[in-house]
Design a binder for this molecule. Structure first.
Ligand SMILES: Cc1cc2nc3c(=O)[nH]c(=O)nc-3n(C[C@H](O)[C@H](O)[C@H](O)COP(=O)(O)OP(=O)(O)OC[C@H]3O[C@@H](n4cnc5c(N)ncnc54)[C@H](O)[C@@H]3O)c2cc1C
Length: 498
């Protein structure tokens, strides 16, 4: 253990703890606090989110890797470490995290507090599932270490808590062996049913190292099967920057990439979000060559789409950007429903293993409503990632439709973007009893907001602003031109409040 680094970390956490303690002692009712991180947030841009007027708690210093231990295959790192810097460092030891979120700037703390998926998720689940210990600063300023044996309920509930339970400061997590390059085989299936069968077979046999997929239409389902290879086994190394990864996956049969390029192959185009930006001009190769370094890359894309939302949206309701996790036995039903209502492609597919036994007395993740998941037996879920669907039908809320369908199929929709849950439905998906119990212990003054309130702020705005909004719409000015509503964002962008 690097004692010097650990001592520096302790001083940083003491400072954060003092900030929170002072907030706890002095906060007036209704005052909230959000994190001021060093890196950009990977929540979809939400210009009207009240979090931008929260008071900041500065955690920008939490960006160090404390230790990589090749013997125990574990790593200890601060919450603000990004996956790109983490993967680069661990690869020096021939190791990688069990889940390397595909966008370079996602942080390990954000991956736990939000969500994370990756092509090894069919074996290991998300990044949280690789965590052994998590250090937090609670809403009272206490520093606490949580694990499966110490404070296990808090440990489990940190996952998907969206910063509403405590501030994550340090994580200890597992690593797995990796090589310098990756070979990908692209296998095409004509029907979704055959595609699902192939996924199930690989999952059951565990005969491959990595698997994700892209669906381009009802009849064009591509599975990306990948394995680590040594440099000598890679005849060439592709790099996706001028060329667009998702387009190439549609055409190629095979690919070789360096391991870091493999993990971040979706980063340049932020999956395919770039095609919604400025009319898709940044998919042009010449434009990419000329201005790519300033525009491409998920950090640039997310920053720009938050700062200049009128470039990405023509007005109207926000685009659908969301991941939904559906139990494998209901995946085909979901896909058929999706085809009928959305018919929007590509869809990114990530098979995801949700372990049944995480905490004694609970099935799957304890933060899920236990009644909802009680009939589900299979541990394999399919993550359908829908990035950038334009809500076409006026007066119809596609997000809400997803929330209802996903609940009906006993799955879950991530809260990384816009949420319109009625409170009653929300708590049919999430475990209110356990959430309240943990929240009472870690944030009794509700400094970090409550989960429903934080992630479904639109419901509140909808209710309070309904009259104002309809009046404005009557004058026929596109809502994207109400620049004033973006103003709180400038502060938000500068601070990456989350
Ligand atoms: C377009 C898009 C593409 C995406 N693609 C992928 C992908 O390929 N792979 C993948 O795994 N995920 C993906 N995601 C999801 C993303 O990983 C999650 O949104 C994740 O939570 C973002 O982490 P972040 O580090 O950017 O944190 P932020 O976006 O800053 O924060 C996310 C939430 O976590 C909380 N939080 C952050 N840090 C801490 C902390 N230290 N302590 C307590 N709470 C904290 C924040 O308050 C916030 O509520 C994508 C999201 C979008 C919008």
């Amino acid at each position: 253990m690097n004692k010097e680094k650990l001592a520096i970390h302790k001083r940083k956490v003491e400072t954060i703890s003092e900030m929170v303690r002072s907030a706890y002692d002095n906060a007036k009712p209704g005052e909230y606090f959000s994190l001021k991180k060093a890196s950009v947030s990977h929540m979809a841009p939400q210009p009207d989110n009240p979090k931008y007027s929260d008071k900041p708690i500065d955690v920008r210093s939490l960006t160090d890797i404390i230790e990589i231990d090749p013997d125990t295959r574990t790593c200890i790192a601060e919450a603000g470490v990004t996956f790109v810097s983490l993967a680069r460092e661990t690869l020096k030891y021939g190791l990688v995290p069990q889940c390397v979120s595909e966008l370079k700037g996602i942080t390990i703390g954000g991956a736990v507090a939000g969500c994370s998926v990756e092509s090894m998720s069919f074996k290991y689940g998300g990044f949280f599932d690789s965590c052994e210990e998590i250090e937090i600063v609670t809403g009272t300023g206490d520093i606490m270490v949580c694990s499966k044996s110490d404070n296990p309920e808090i440990f489990e509930m940190l996952h998907g808590s969206f910063g509403t339970i405590a501030i994550i400061t340090l994580l200890k997590f597992k690593l797995v062996p990796a090589k310098k390059c990756v070979r990908i085989d692209y296998i095409r299936y004509d029907t979704f049913s055959e595609y699902l069968d192939a996924i199930k077979q690989h999952y059951e046999k565990q005969d491959i190292e990595m698997m994700d997929g892209l669906i381009f239409s009802e009849n064009k389902n591509v599975l990306c099967i990948a394995s680590f290879v040594d440099e000598e086994e890679a005849p060439y190394k592709n790099k996706y920057f001028l060329d667009i990864y998702y387009k190439s996956a549609m055409k190629r049969k095979q690919d070789f990439l360096s391991t870091t390029d493999y993990f971040f192959r979706y980063d340049a185009d932020c999956h395919w979000s770039i095609r919604n930006f400025a009319g898709g001009i940044f998919e042009n190769k010449l434009v990419r060559w000329l201005v790519g370094p300033f525009i491409l890359g998920s950090t640039n894309v997310l920053k720009a789409s938050e700062r200049f939302p009128f470039l990405t949206k023509k007005g109207g309701e926000p685009d659908v950007i969301v991941d939904v996790f559906i139990p494998i036995k209901n995946a085909e039903e979901f896909f058929n429903w999706y085809l009928e209502l959305f018919d929007y492609f590509p869809v990114w597919i990530v098979p995801y293993r949700l372990q049944k036994e995480k905490l004694e007395g609970y099935k799957f993740y304890p933060w899920l409503n236990q009644e909802m998941v009680s009939p589900i037996e299979d541990e394999l879920f399919i993550d359908f990632a829908i990035y950038g669907f334009e809500q076409k039908r006026k007066g119809f809320n596609y997000y809400k439709a997803l929330e209802e369908k996903v609940y009906e199929l006993r799955g879950m929709k991530t809260l990384i973007t816009h949420n319109y849950y009625e409170e009653d439905l929300f708590w049919k998906v999430y475990n209110k009893e356990l959430y309240d119990k943990v929240k009472e212990r870690t944030d009794p003054k509700n400094l970090f907001r409550e989960l429903y309130e934080k992630t479904n702020y639109k419901k509140k705005i909808e209710k309070t602003n309904y009259k104002k909004k309809t009046k404005r719409l009557k004058v026929g000015i596109p809502r994207s031109l109400y620049f004033h509503k973006y103003f709180p964002l400038w502060e938000g962008m500068l601070t990456s409040l989350g």
